[in-house]
Design a protein around this ligand. Structure first.
Ligand SMILES: Cc1ncc(COP(=O)(O)O)c(C=O)c1O
Length: 360
């Protein structure tokens, strides 16, 4: 393996090296067939097998029940902000949203185009430093669904457990899908852009309970109906072939690495190491409240913006890349998705301790 830097980018983000190696080989010559993977017709039997395998591995890794469809769509996770309400709401229908950051804010804005939206919780005043504590919001019983973002990539907060409500749950899991065990049967729709825990940008995975496919109002365009893609096995039009193929490779890697339970343990350990460094030095301060801390994105501050800039520059110099926080909150952020190696976390922790001693 050539020397690689540690890439703390929030997404697109680091991928397992064996996946990159296999993809590089298959782009040139897929399965020794004398044709590159991205030259294959999406309707060829070779590529159909790639899609089927990717879907089967998603189902296996996440234990997706049989009454759910797994779809490979385009338009990024952001297109789900309108596709969800477009397909599940309609004139006079209601939904409840929990506002825990930039991505839920954007989803709320889109949903308001399609129905009556109740924002039952917001941590905006506290700079989105937490998710709700238990059920500290009221769900309008007329709500068709309750929408929340399971992990807030920018603010570094994460639901440790999911809302216990009667309504159908809809969740944007873009930045923590496959990082921990979840009970899919509690959800109506789960969606996630691939570019963090699943593969490269370009495909969005949607997991939807079959009975919801028929709720779509008449006036929704064909391409924007979940049912269109469900009926055609995500082959209604040309799908994002390369991204789907990579998702399959990442799912295979996840399976041989021990699956979600092993990954969850590793993720807990990796995150604990960084939070310990934050808490023990007294030099760093974490953005998220303790109970809301994310295991995927750790947002933190140093005493001054000048020290933050120095920290990021010195870290970059020693191969710890992508630690600059999102422009909306500044500071630093370490994104440590499934494929991020423990050695990189150790290197960051060592650097944090050294930097605190030298500058504290
Ligand atoms: C939680 C979450 N939702 C949605 C998005 C938007 O994804 P996309 O760029 O695929 O539209 C992101 C991007 O980082 C995200 O972190």
């Amino acid at each position: 393996m050539p020397e690689r830097i540690y890439n703390f980018s929030p997404g697109p983000s680091t991928l397992p090296y064996p996946v990159l190696q296999q993809a590089a080989k298959d782009i040139l010559n897929f399965n020794d067939k004398g044709i590159g993977l991205i030259e294959l017709s999406h309707r060829s039997k070779e590529f159909m097998a790639v899609t089927d395998e990717a879907e089967a591995l998603i189902r296996e890794n996440l234990e997706v029940p049989d009454n759910y469809k797994v779809l490979f769509l385009q338009g990024g996770a952001s297109s789900q902000f309108f596709m969800v309400p477009m397909n599940l709401l309609g004139k006079g229908k209601k939904a409840t949203y929990l506002n825990t950051g930039t991505w839920s804010n954007k989803a709320i804005k889109e949903a308001k185009l399609f129905g009556d939206i109740d924002v039952a919780f917001s941590s905006e005043e506290a700079k989105f430093n937490r998710v709700p504590r238990g059920e500290e919001y009221t769900l309008d019983p007329a709500s068709e669904y309750l929408y929340f973002v399971s992990n807030n990539t920018i603010y570094g907060t994460q639901f440790q457990s999911f809302p216990q409500v009667e309504a159908i749950l809809v969740s944007d899991m873009s930045s923590d899908i496959f990082s921990r065990r979840i009970d899919v049967s509690r959800f109506g729709v789960i969606f996630a852009g691939a570019q963090k825990n699943m593969g490269p940008a370009g495909v969005t995975v949607v997991i939807i309970r079959e009975d919801l496919l028929d709720r779509v109002p008449e006036n929704v365009p064909t391409m924007l109906r979940y049912k269109t893609h469900a009926d055609k096995g995500s082959m209604f039009n040309t799908p994002p072939c390369f991204a789907i193929y990579c998702v399959g490779l990442v799912m295979k890697w996840l399976k041989v690495t021990g699956g979600i339970d092993t990954m969850e343990k590793l993720n807990n350990q990796k995150a604990a190491m960084i939070y310990d460094a934050i808490d023990s030095t007294g030099f760093y301060s974490g953005h998220a409240e303790l109970e809301s801390r994310s295991k995927m994105n750790i947002s933190f501050n140093l005493p001054t913006p000048e020290l933050e800039a120095k920290f990021i520059a010195e870290a970059t110099d020693i191969g710890l890349d992508g630690l600059k926080g999102h422009r909306s909150i500044g500071g630093c952020r370490a994104s440590i998705y499934n494929a991020f190696p423990s050695e990189g976390v150790e290197a960051l922790v060592q650097f944090m301790e050294h930097f605190a001693r030298a500058n504290g």
